[in-house]
Design a protein around this ligand. Sequence first.
Ligand code: GLC
Length: 615
Amino acid sequence: MEERNPVYEERLDRHRDELKWLYMELYDSEEDYERLLAAMEDMYVRRKEALREQDRARRAEPDWYRGSDRLGMMMSAGQFAKTLKGVEEHLDYICSCGVNYLHLMPLMESPKGRSDDGYAVSDFRKVQPELGTAEDLERLADRCRLQGISLCLDFVMNHTSEEHEWARRARAGEKEYQDRYLFYDSWEVPMQFERALPQELPATAPGNFTWIPDLGKHVMTTFYPYQWDLNYRNPAVFRDMMMNFLFLANLGADVIRIDTVPCIWKEPGTACRSLPQVHSIVRMMRMIGEIVCPGVLLLGETGTEPAKAASYFGTPEKPECHMISNATGMATVWHTVATQDTRLLRKQLDAAYRLPRTYTFLNYLRCHDDISWGLDYEALAQWGMEQAPHKRFLNRFFTGNWPDSFSRGELYNNDPITRDARFCGTTASMCGVEKAGYCGDDSGMVQAIRLDLMLHAFLLFQPGIPVIYSGDEVGQVNDYTYKEDPDKMMDSRNIHRGAFQWRLTDNIAKEGTVQNQLFLGLRQLERIRQSHGAFGAGARAETLDSGDPSLLCIRRAGGREEILGIFNFSQTVKILDWTVGGVNLVTGASVTEERRLVLRPYDFVWLDMGDGAAG
Ligand code: GLC
């Protein structure tokens, strides 16, 4: 046998016992374990030198991704620049936004019309032909690496498309491939599952199983009927999917987003969310990554609030994900906008700020998904906001069907039975840019831009990594053209997934335009965040009682640096006469001299309170 590379050997040795122990617990097969190890080594051998070198550098500096200079952007490559080559050609624009972390939505082959925008993968090794080839993706990753941009790619691990080779062979009757999914001959087991399972898509794809008439069987489909859930009890599924993950890593992905991670293990009679085996799998995935490609990070999409999602970080000795996306943060911010009441947001921030500072969350105002209003309804009930009517209020407010609402957007998965619904729209449309533009309402536009900037200022003030949704930097509004596309019309999330409007970028340099104000305003905030010590990854964060529920007040402190962020979530002017000193980091004005602080509707201040600021 060829001698092993000592670097690989050392990494394998470090994890060998734990990996084997966890593996045996789930799969109990020496033979399959040996096969997994051989496949991993093969992937290591194929990893190119530039990536190995990067792995070494990152291992020497494990916090490499956690600096306050990290700024993310999420986009669909196709909607942004048509192809991967197009994205490559526009990397300069991405850099000009200050972005150094780029999340591209799924790129791998996915059947047109039954693709869930790429989240139904029919080939984990082949790029969607409209976007380009695996070579294009590799070249884009190389270019990103040279420009200091970390590339995040989706890994849709829970399911495959019904067109994936495994699914086609399963449909053709091959038992070996049927075992890669969850097939049942009768309703008995599916019914047992259904009794405890939530509904992911109650209106567009009700139920969690799909009847496959050619086989006379039910197959588990948590999401759309064409997304067949994988069976991770099968060691071949685990092995092959781990190799698909390493394939993306070897193309040059820096971050792997584990799509809908809590769902990957199923057990009848449970909600099939975050079962202990999910953690075993993620832990093994982490170890596999650390052995083959230690420079690659795992990002978990958990759909829950930070405190509940924290279990996906694992423990310091047995870490799982490096980063977790904060979906609840998005919902809570918009709830705060509609209610002008920061109490829930403050409660959630307090809980998040109590977590270890090494936990890295990705925060965002909007992303490719809907806003599902997964709020803390127990807390809200104490303040008189009951779940069902409150969700209805939020949806009416944001669809513009509420007195004085400035928002525009559409419902998603409006459940005909529970009347529960989620919401879709872009940040700019939800802030009022669309309505004010349409009505030619200048003062409405001033307010919309101020709200938009204040929300981004709040986002950038948080510990963790802020991620901007492509188009938000130029205030792109909802796109209704999806209604004319038969492949898209059934999914209202397409309203905020419109093609990037390049013409808007021409306005960035034109003073007074929406784009000029938003883009430059954001850039200024990003620069302050990057350079000020109180934004560092190790800096503390805490909320303060402002005495007014519509004003959110956050303090961040690191070393001798200290800053205060005050965010006015109300439509009224607020005058603060606390005896706070400090310098307004945006305007440069000294608050000590003014002795009071005036916050216009939806205004904010970032105050420098540290050494030297007061003088
Ligand atoms: C995740 C994605 C979402 C997709 C779903 C099914 O939640 O964010 O867009 O529809 O998984 O893959």
